[in-house]
Design a protein around this ligand. Structure first.
Ligand code: SF4
Length: 388
């Protein structure tokens, strides 16, 4: 196939199993052929149709003439001393996205990007400062998992069929629920027993709170849900996560409650980036307890908190809370009865930590300029008056 023809060819990574079955039907083939093909692609990492020895030669020839399994070009790969691996993938037109593999005892987590850049513009996130470039296709989302799984399997000499990636988090660049149409087929492939066979509890979608699509995800495919909270009240959250102006906390928490009606997982994970002097006081921890407690806007909400040390970048104008402050904040939450974890920083030597998935996305929306022009206003209640 010539290069031009290859670009016009159908990318088989764009399909979930039903989509691939429809594609095979168009080629005059039965569904069980699609299952075989799907397994070759996702379970065995095949890219070359000639490898697919149990497919008839005639089908292989048909596939080779108009279909491809299109990986993303790699711009860089960094391996940390702690085993973390970060890949920067070229998605064309000057855009790049990152994926990060984080190995831990008994599991391997891959953090995947859903968009080049992000339109939400969270103040503490370097991707948010770059603005939005474009949505990734299903094939581009899945190509990150396909490449990471099969590359690591080869590197680590894993026997055929033994997975390296046991968990996927949609927590890289982008707001996944603002790319819903491409996200859902990708999630289906992750969960499909003929694909990656991950359980719903091991696939997490992280959202800044796109309420209507939280409801759709609940109805379509209720995987584990993480919500980027970062503030206990609307005034501060409006500043840190601008989407809050559209979907304020009461609406967000109500959507979380509805999500749990059908989600197989019985709690929401709230992500909370610890920002020095901004959202890290004991008083704010107590406000969080009130927010998700029985007297909060939606009554008691089953949840856990994940406190994330902020990864400073110069343009943010924000600082990381020190360890003692993070521990004190966690203590208030724990003593209030909330399961609370503090995220370990991983891959520091390769800038792989959360919020540093900057890549080389071009800022086409001047998001950074807007943020610098409108410095953060921190609304804090006055401290109690000193006794006379
Ligand atoms: S934290 Fe997530 S939603 Fe917010 S700007 Fe960054 S990538 Fe977008």
């Amino acid at each position: 196939m010539t290069t031009d023809a290859a670009l016009d060819a159908v990318n088989l990574l764009d399909f979930d199993l039903d989509g691939l079955a429809a594609h095979c039907e168009r080629l005059g083939e039965k569904r069980f052929r699609a299952v075989q093909l799907f397994r070759w692609i996702h379970q065995r990492g095949a890219r070359d149709f000639d490898q697919m020895s149990d497919l008839a030669k005639s089908l292989r020839a048909k596939l080779a003439s108009g279909s491809v399994i299109r990986p993303l070009a790699i711009l860089s790969e960094h391996r940390s001393a702690d085993g973390t691996v970060k890949w920067l993938f070229d998605v064309g037109a000057g855009d790049a996205v990152e994926s990060v593999f984080i190995p831990e005892e008994g599991r391997g987590t891959l953090c995947i990007s859903s968009q080049a850049g992000c339109a939400v513009g969270c103040r503490f996130c370097s991707t948010g400062h770059q603005g939005f470039s474009r949505n990734l296709s299903t094939g581009e989302i899945l190509a990150q998992l396909w490449y990471a799984e099969h590359t690591l399997r080869r590197d680590l000499n894993r026997p055929a069929g033994e997975r390296v990636i046991t968990n996927v988090v949609m927590m890289g660049m982008g707001e996944p629920l603002q790319n819903y149409g491409a996200l859902v087929p990708a999630l289906r492939v992750m969960l499909d027993d003929h694909g990656y066979g991950l359980s719903r509890r091991r696939v997490t979608v992280s959202t800044s709170g796109v309420v209507p699509f939280m409801d759709r995800l609940r109805d379509d495919l209720p995987v584990a849900l993480a919500v980027s909270l970062h503030a206990p009240d609307d005034a501060l959250r409006n500043e840190l996560v601008p989407l809050n102006r559209k979907y304020p906390l009461a609406d967000l928490l109500a959507a979380c409650k509805r999500y749990l009606d059908t989600a197989p997982r019985d709690f929401i994970t709230f992500e909370y980036c610890m920002l020095d002097g901004v959202n890290d006081s004991d008083e704010q921890a107590r406000a969080l307890l009130a927010l998700v407690g029985p007297k909060g806007p939606v009554g008691r909400l089953p949840c856990k908190f994940n406190l994330i040390p902020f990864n400073p970048f110069p343009a943010s104008g924000l600082k990381r809370s020190d360890n003692a402050r993070v521990q004190a904040f966690a203590k208030v939450l724990l003593e209030g009865g909330l399961v609370t974890t503090v995220r370990k920083t991983r891959g520091d030597d390769i800038d792989a930590a959360c919020g540093q998935l900057a890549g080389e996305v071009q800022d086409r929306t001047r998001a950074h300029e807007r943020m610098v022009r409108a410095p953060i206003r921190i609304v804090r209640s006055a401290p109690p008056a000193a006794p006379n």
